[in-house]
Design a protein around this ligand. Structure first.
Ligand code: SF4
Length: 879
């Protein structure tokens, strides 16, 4: 009631609202003010984090928070008055617009921000232009001597001769992929297992930086998590300066284009494309646009919490999500962050990217010369999954409607600039008759694709057009054949794409014809664009040329997409192709349907990976702390590597991979303990929640709780969060708190009394060395979901042994969260009465493993790892 009557000072309104169960809480949110005053500056969105970011004393417990909020508001106002305010430029003008938008802070800040003497330049004229640089010559063939590698490593680590032996050997092994390759399509492929704490990042950056310096070439390092990208950016500073003498950056972080701010979309939003709260967000993003390092909105220097303060999908609408970029036709082309990143990376010594981007780039790079040839896949155990999604084909309602919008443009367009093919290529259509006809034909055929409201029509069994009719038949067949018995009601259902009813086959035939009628004019249009480029008319200036080249590229991958859909449909009803796994699915979340799809995956996605990524490369290193399968140790070293080799693509290229393993230097025997709790029955939710609550209390927070089902995560959170928060032990949760995952991890890292609950997949993104993470709790053994794809791979990969390998890898990765540095210590708890002994080898050799009751586990957790040596050993100590 107080908040509804008067604007109150708040910190993170959506989070406070969700805790109070009051959906529309608003007021003076200090995070919004922070984003205005210090755009592009890091701040953990908690009272502690805000105090830290503003240089204020930490609040004394919860009672000190109201005072802190007032002091924080005072500190932000004081910055606005400070003549030395670093981010002053643009603030006055932005505030004028924000006042018109009734931003609550505008009235508060206005008296403190002086009107500048000269009119401020707006963002789009302030941003620097990128320079076009000449093509980089091909790298010289160089051999790296072991001595040079050792010296470079010593220089980077600053440790001289006494550097760690494991790291020294690792660097020498990594250096082998930089040797000149013996034959075409025969890259050096190395698989390097590096236990936590080896120092693998500097271990491979040493030869990589040496090679880049002597050869003049570019090394790509690919990661799976954004966290490692951040870390790599920081570590690369030891080898490279921030800028070269000519001002260009030697190290560039490169992401998919959907991560960057699109200036044209922003301009559109600022000029009325966005309304209400979204328009305020656009103003704050524009403030950030003037100060950002590289325009990266997702995981870059835009605070991760900014988007969630505004709830709508505002951030996504400001990026180039749908490939509608008009390249040189865009007035901001010369300042565009995406274009800048692409140019910078072509000139860089080191490009930091992610697995998906590296694969997409290799598969359809605009410029084949810009494809990476020296590649390091860190977090290499994820290359298989990344390849699996990159080389997948999915014909779904959502994908098809995206294609329709790309061809025709949005149907009921009220605002914005989103336009279809005809508008984007209007000049081509008027100049070239055949090109104009192809565009018209594509737009006509595009009408056959699903349109707005398709899901509703499927529900009412009134589909429009051949593709919707196919989706309707797929939906009906999937429900008819669903065997789940409603156990997981609310989640997706699926069925094999074999023995399908006649309706699906017939509908697939009609849909394939419709797709062909779209693909043919698109190919014709591509041909016309090429002809125009080959024999350019007078009016085609360099900008126009770049735009047509961009359009041709965008066209080529849509043509590939439609062709992949057609081949997917052609296979329905025909004989199964053993190379692929095909299935039909209805995707649901919380009992709401959101897509209907036909999926195709490679049984072994490393086959296309080997062809597209490995063969054209000269040297590839796959490295990770969990590459090999520890469970197979007893069987022999070949078995240890079998799965890593199979999941690297090595089997599909010539030559054997170079294998190396470096054991972690950490003393797991005294720093960690695995507790398998045997008396929390599976399926007993109150007992599960009780166990979590007591473990969190015993450890005083600092718990990372991992769940295999969102339902149980929510249920446990709902039962324990309030009570624990009152005891000063805040519990944050993925899928519950309105906060992005990266920010949740930042909050967790920042507060040693906090607990973080997340899905099993969170095990990858959490790198929290030190006291903040001292206990990992798994709600059960993380078995794989037995879906159709899993069943097919399981059958091909050795049945239960395949499952065991996957579980051991998951356990090893989750355990790896616990001990990140030599001073870390903690417990790894699995709440599972039935934990098979054959999985225990997942943990590093020497780690004590005990089967105990919950009470015994609580005692050991409460005593801490330092104290646990003095406790008598309870339960059976396992080998
Ligand atoms: S060039 Fe493309 S991505 Fe860049 S600002 Fe313009 S439209 Fe957006």
């Amino acid at each position: 009631m107080a908040a509804a009557d008067t604007p109150v000072l708040l910190l993170n309104a959506p989070l406070v609202a969700s805790r109070l169960g009051y959906p529309d809480l608003s007021g003076l949110d200090l995070l919004e003010a922070f984003a205005f005053v210090h755009p592009a500056r890091f701040c953990v969105p908690t009272p502690r984090g805000l105090a830290e970011a503003l240089g204020l004393p930490q609040p004394e417990g919860d009672a000190g928070v109201p005072d802190l909020l007032q002091h924080a508001a005072g500190a932000l106002i004081a910055v606005c008055r400070d003549p030395e305010w670093f981010e002053r430029e643009g603030a006055w003008s932005a505030l004028q617009s924000l006042e018109r938008l009734r931003w609550p802070w505008a009235q508060v800040l206005k008296p403190h921000i002086a009107k500048p003497e000269r009119a401020e330049r707006w963002l789009f004229s302030r941003l620097p232009e990128w320079e076009e640089a000449g093509e980089r010559p091909a790298p010289r063939a160089v051999e790296l001597s072991s001595q040079a590698v050792a010296e470079q490593l010593a220089r980077l680590t600053g440790e001289g001769a006494e550097q760690r032996e494991g790291q020294r050997d690792y660097a020498q092994n990594a250096a082998r992929v930089f040797a000149p390759r013996p034959r075409e399509a025969r890259p050096h492929l190395a698989l390097a297992q590096a236990g936590t704490g080896i120092g693998k990042t500097l271990g491979y950056l040493a030869p990589a930086s040496l090679w880049a310096e002597h050869s003049g070439g570019t090394v790509w390092v690919s990661t799976f998590t954004k966290n490692l990208q951040r870390q790599l950016r920081a570590e690369s500073r030891r080898a490279w300066p921030a800028k070269r003498a000519d001002g260009t950056p030697p190290v560039v972080v490169r992401k998919g284009r959907e991560n960057y701010l699109c200036l044209l979309n922003l301009e559109d939003a600022l000029q009325g494309g966005f309304a209400g709260r979204a328009a305020i967000l656009a103003q704050l993003v524009a403030r950030w646009g003037g100060y950002t390092r590289d325009g990266d909105m997702i995981g870059g220097d835009l605070p991760g919490w900014l988007g969630t303060l505004f709830r709508k999908r505002g951030i996504a609408a400001l990026t180039d999500q749908r490939g509608e970029c008009i390249y040189a036709g865009c007035p901001h082309y010369r300042k565009c962050f995406i274009e800048r990143a692409a140019r910078d990376s072509a000139q860089a010594d080191l490009v930091i990217a992610n697995h998906a981007l590296v694969m997409v780039n290799a598969a359809r790079a605009r410029d084949p010369a810009a494809r990476p040839t020296r590649l390091i896949f860190d977090e290499g155990h994820y290359v298989f999954d990344a390849a699996d999604s990159t080389f997948a084909a999915t014909l779904s309602g959502q994908e098809a409607i995206e294609l329709r919008r790309w061809i025709i443009g949005p149907e009921r367009e009220a605002r914005g600039r989103r336009r279809g093919l005809a508008a984007r290529l209007a000049d081509v259509a008027s100049y070239d008759e055949a090109g104009g006809e192809a565009i018209a034909a594509a737009c006509k055929a595009g009408q056959l694709l699903p349109s707005d409201g398709w899901l509703q029509r499927l529900n009412e069994n009134a589909p429009l057009g051949p593709v919707e009719a196919l989706l309707a038949a797929v939906r009906t067949a999937t429900y008819a054949r669903d065997e789940s018995g409603g156990i997981d009601a609310g989640y997706g259902i699926e069925t094999e794409a074999s023995g399908l009813p006649g309706e699906v086959i017939e509908a697939a035939g009609a849909a394939a014809e419709a797709l062909a009628s779209i693909r043919v004019p698109l190919i014709r249009l591509g041909g016309r664009l090429e002809a125009i480029l080959a024999d350019p008319p007078d009016w085609l200036d360099a900008q126009g040329r770049a735009r047509i080249e961009g359009a041709r590229f965008a066209l080529a991958w849509r043509i590939d997409l439609v062709a992949a859909w057609e081949s997917l449909l052609a296979r329905l009803g025909g004989p199964a192709d053993p190379e692929f796994v095909d299935w039909l699915a209805v995707d649901r979340s919380d009992a709401r349907e959101f897509d209907v799809a036909i999926h195709r995956r490679w049984l072994d996605p490393m086959k296309p990976f080997a062809r597209v990524v490995l063969e054209p490369a000269h040297g590839v290193l796959l490295t990770s702390a969990t590459l090999t399968d520890r469970g197979a140790q007893s069987i022999g070293s070949e078995e240890v590597w079998a799965s890593a080799i199979a999941r690297s693509g090595a089997a599909h290229i010539e030559g054997a991979p170079l294998l190396s393993a470096a054991e972690s230097p950490f003393d797991y025997a005294t720093r960690a303990e695995v507790l398998i709790v045997t008396d929390v029955a599976k399926g007993d939710l109150p007992a599960l929640a009780g166990a979590y609550a007591r473990l969190i209390e015993a450890s005083g927070g600092g718990v990372l709780g991992l769940f295999t089902a969102i339902r149980r995560l929510r249920s446990v959170h709902g039962r324990v969060a309030d009570r624990l928060a009152r005891a000063g032990l805040p519990v944050y949760a993925q899928h519950v708190d309105p906060i992005d995952t990266g920010t949740l991890v930042d909050i967790f890292r920042d507060d040693p009394r906090a607990t973080l609950l997340g899905t099993d997949a969170l095990r990858d993104g959490v790198d929290v060395p030190g006291h903040s993470l001292r206990c990992v709790v798994l709600e059960q053994v993380p078995w794989a979901r037995p879906n159709i794809l899993h069943k097919a791979r399981r059958a091909a990969g050795g049945g239960s042994q395949y499952d065991d390998r996957i579980i051991r890898a998951r356990l090893a990765q989750a355990f790896g969260r616990l001990i990140r540095s030599k001073d870390d210590a903690g417990h790894f708890v699995v709440l599972s009465p039935a934990f098979p002994s054959r999985l225990l080898s997942a943990f590093p050799a020497g780690t004590p493993v005990l089967r105990v009751t919950l009470d015994q586990a609580l005692q050991r957790v409460a005593a801490g790892v330092g104290g646990m040596q003095s406790l008598p050993t309870q339960g059976a100590l396992l080998p």
